[in-house]
Design a protein around this ligand. Structure first.
Ligand code: NAD
Ligand code: UDP
Length: 326
């Protein structure tokens, strides 16, 4: 039986990935310090004999030998990474260094969760993997953006210098069940506000755009990518002139934040919520949309869940939580 480690396994995406790996017949270990994750997310997995949860911070080294490591540990919501900026950078860099050292010792394959944030406030649209980004090194988002950029550098050097088999996905805004109700990202905020009849908080004038990917589509892409033989990956990226295997994963449908309000309220028609406008946080990217040509060619993958369908499933999840928790 193959052994997989998921760092950040009690988080939103990590918990979905743990479930998928168990369904695929893996022995799964989740490591998480529970900064933004919750044991509730993994409670349905706890009774499975092939699942182990370790409460641990990856900025400290850890033991164990795994066939595959998925590195997802890192707060992803601006509200939470900005609340602990130093820890965020350290998780991205020192934490990932520990993951890579563990993989190097055991000969594990590594799939690292990078982000569209490495493009910053992009000057190229849609964003292609060869675009190098437009990032502020000293702003409130820098702990995350620059931390994730440095993590990409570490991945590339562990590959070049030590031959570690590491692959990276640059994830664009992904949403779905298991997001924390107080996560602070836009999809969960709008749904919770609409369900509770509270004001819907649009930052800025709502004209900024994002592309929203449903979680199941991302998990499909991650599993397909990890399954590919190294030789196939190496020859694909060599032909593209890209040194380290990195692909965008996201849904190219692009929506303004105002359109997201409209869509959310269309799916929650009994909501009395009104829209209110709040200041736009600094360095908030104006436009974001992935070019997913590489993922399509390499994995034969593209997202299948349209926004309305994914939002409906997410609303259902949060509706149950609002009823349960009052
Ligand atoms: P999340 O906050 O729900 O999950 C992150 C998990 O990592 C949490 O369970 C948290 O407790 C854990 N964690 C944080 N620091 C840790 C540390 N030092 N040691 C151990 N565990 C730690 O966020 P998510 O949306 O599930 O994101 C998962 C990964 O995907 C992150 O690396 C994030 O940067 C990346 N990503 C997500 C998105 C998205 O839209 N969801 C977009 C781009 C990248
Ligand atoms: N946003 C908003 N209202 C909210 C939360 C976020 O208008 O309650 C905006 C935010 O300013 C950004 C977009 O929605 O332009 C996406 O924000 P999120 O925090 O989800 O992720 P980001 O892509 O900025 O990391």
């Amino acid at each position: 039986m193959k052994k997989a480690l998921v760092t950040g396994g009690a988080g939103f995406l990590g918990s979905h990935l743990c479930k998928r790996l168990l369904d695929d017949g893996y022995e799964v270990t989740a490591i998480d310090n529970l900064y933004t994750g919750s044991e509730e997310n993994i409670a349905p997995l706890a009774s499975q004999p092939n699942f182990t949860f370790l409460q641990h911070d990856i900025t400290r080294p850890f033991e164990g030998a795994y066939d595959e490591i998925y590195n997802l540990a890192c707060p992803a919501s601006p509200v939470h990474y900005q609340a602990s900026p130093v820890e965020t950078t350290l998780t991205c860099v020192t934490g990932f260094l520990n993951v890579l050292e563990n993989a190097r010792a055991a000969g594990s394959k590594v799939l690292h969760a990078s982000t569209s944030e490495i493009y910053g406030d992009p000057l190229v649209h849609p964003q292609v993997e060869t675009y190098r980004g437009n990032v502020n090194t000293i702003g409130i988002r820098s702990c995350y953006d620059e931390g994730k950029r440095c993590a990409e550098t570490l991945a590339s050097d562990f590959r070049r210098v030590y031959g570690v088999d590491v692959r990276m996905v640059r994830i664009f805004n992904t949403y779905g069940p298991n997001m924390h109700p107080c996560d602070g990202r836009v999809v969960s905020n709008f749904i919770m506000q609409a369900l509770k009849g509270e004001d819907i908080t649009v930052y800025g004038d709502g004209s900024q755009t994002r592309s929203f990917q449903y979680c199941d589509d991302l998990i499909d892409a991650m599993r397909l990518y990890m399954e590919l033989p190294r030789e196939q990956i190496d020859s694909f990226f060599a032909k593209k002139g890209i040194e380290t295997p990195v692909i965008n994963t996201g849904n190219p449908g692009e929506y303004t934040i105002s359109q997201l309000v409209t869509e959310t309220l269309r799916l929650i028609p009994d909501s009395p919520s009104k829209t209110v406008y709040r200041p736009l946080p600094s360095d908030d990217p104006k436009r974001r949309k992935p070019d997913i040509t590489l993922a399509k060619e390499l994995l034969g993958w593209e997202p299948r869940v349209p926004l309305a369908e994914g939002l409906a499933k997410t609303i259902e999840y949060f509706r149950n939580r609002v009823v349960k928790n009052g």
